[in-house]
Design a binder for this molecule. Structure first.
Ligand code: NAD
Length: 260
C-alpha cells in the first residue's frame, strides 16, 4: 500500500509510535524512527524493521522539545529517503501533579513536546506534501484532547491544543491532497501509562491496583486497555486512499470513555 512512501513517526522508540512505524513499514513505507532510549535497543528496532519488512529505516535522535532539531530532522529525512509523505506527531510525555505544585519546567516541557513539536514538524513537512499533492498528517492526541482529568493540567492543555492545530492545518491543506487528523486514545498499556502510576498513587493516596482499576480503567467503559495494534490499525486506515475525505477529524479510540 505504501511502497516508495516515506513515513516519519516521532516518539517511535516505544509504545504507540513504535507500533505505528512498524505497521507502515509492514505496508511498504520507508520509515524514520525517532525518540529516546538505549542506543543498542534503538539500533535493534531500526535494523529489525529493515530485516522484517525489507524497507529502509533511519533513526533521528532529534529532541522534540527543540524546534530547530525538529526542522533538521524533517530536512534530513528528505535528503536520506525523499520528502516526508506521512507524518505522525506522536512523541509525548506526562506529568501528574496538582496545579499549585506543578513544576514550571514540566509545564514548559509538556507544552513543547506534546504540542509545539507537532507545529514545528507540520510546518517543515507540509511544503513537500503540497509539492507532491499528497500527504497524511496524524497527530496522536488523547481522550484528554476532549475531556480533562485532575492533576494533568499541562497534558490536557497540550492535547486540547493538538486538536485545534489538527483542525487548522486540515483546513489549510484540504485542497492539496493532504489530510490531517488526530487519534484520541483512551488508556493504552505502554511505558507512558506505567510510569504515571507511582505519581498518581501519591497524588491520590491509592495503591497500584486501585490506580489501575479505579482511576485508569474507571474512565473506560470497556474496562480494558486499548492496544497499540488497534491504534496502528486506525493510523494505517487514515493513510489509505479510502480515507481521503477524512480530514480535520478528532477520532476517539477510547473504549467509550468520551461517550459518557
Ligand atoms: P511511550 O512513553 O511508550 O512513548 C513515548 C515516545 O516519545 C518514546 O519513544 C520517547 O522516547 C519519545 N519521546 C519523549 N520525549 C521525547 C523528546 N523530547 N524527543 C523525542 N522523543 C521523545 O508513550 P506512549 O504511550 O506510546 O505515547 C505515545 C503518544 O500517545 C503520546 O503523545 C501520548 O500522549 C499519547 N497517548 C498515550 C496514551 C496511553 O494510554 N499510553 C493515551 C492517549 C494518548
Amino acid at each position: 500500500m505504501h511502497q516508495g512512501k516515506v513515513a516519519l513517526v516521532t516518539g517511535s522508540t516505544s509504545g504507540i509510535g513504535l507500533a505505528i512505524a512498524r505497521t507502515f513499514a509492514q505496508n511498504g513505507a520507508n520509515v524514520v524512527i525517532n525518540g529516546f532510549g538505549d542506543k543498542d535497543a534503538i539500533e535493534q528496532e531500526r535494523s529489525g524493521i529493515e530485516k522484517d519488512f525489507g524497507v529502509k529505516a533511519i533513526y533521528s535522535g532529534a529532541d522534540m522539545s527543540k524546534g530547530d532539531q525538529i526542522a533538521a530532522m524533517v530536512a534530513d529525512a528528505g535528503k536520506a529517503l525523499g520528502s516526508v509523505d506521512i507524518l505522525v506527531n506522536n512523541a509525548g510525555i506526562q506529568f501528574v501533579s496538582p496545579v499549585e505544585d506543578f513544576p514550571v519546567e514540566k509545564w514548559d516541557q509538556i507544552i513543547a513536546i506534546n504540542l509545539s513539536a507537532a507545529f514545528h514538524a507540520s510546518r517543515a513537512a507540509v511544503p513537500g506534501m503540497k509539492a507532491k499533492k499528497w500527504g497524511r498528517i496524524i497527530n496522536t492526541a488523547s481522550a484528554h484532547a476532549l475531556v480533562a482529568s485532575p492533576f494533568k493540567s499541562a497534558y490536557v492543555s497540550a492535547k486540547h491544543g493538538v486538536a485545534g492545530l489538527t483542525k487548522t492545518v486540515a483546513l489549510e491543506t484540504a485542497a492539496h491532497g493532504i489530510t490531517v487528523n488526530a487519534i484520541c486514545p483512551g488508556y493504552v498499556w505502554t511505558p507512558l501509562v506505567e510510569k504515571q502510576i507511582p505519581d498518581t498513587m501519591a497524588a491520590r493516596n491509592l495503591t497500584r491496583e486501585q490506580v489501575i482499576k479505579d482511576v485508569l480503567l474507571a474512565a473506560q467503559p470497556t474496562k480494558e486497555f486499548v492496544t497499540v495494534e488497534e491504534i496502528s490499525g486506525l493510523a494505517l486506515y487514515l493513510t489509505s486512499d479510502l480515507a481521503r475525505s477524512i480530514t480535520g477529524a478528532i477520532l476517539s479510540i477510547d473504549g467509550g470513555w468520551t461517550a459518557a
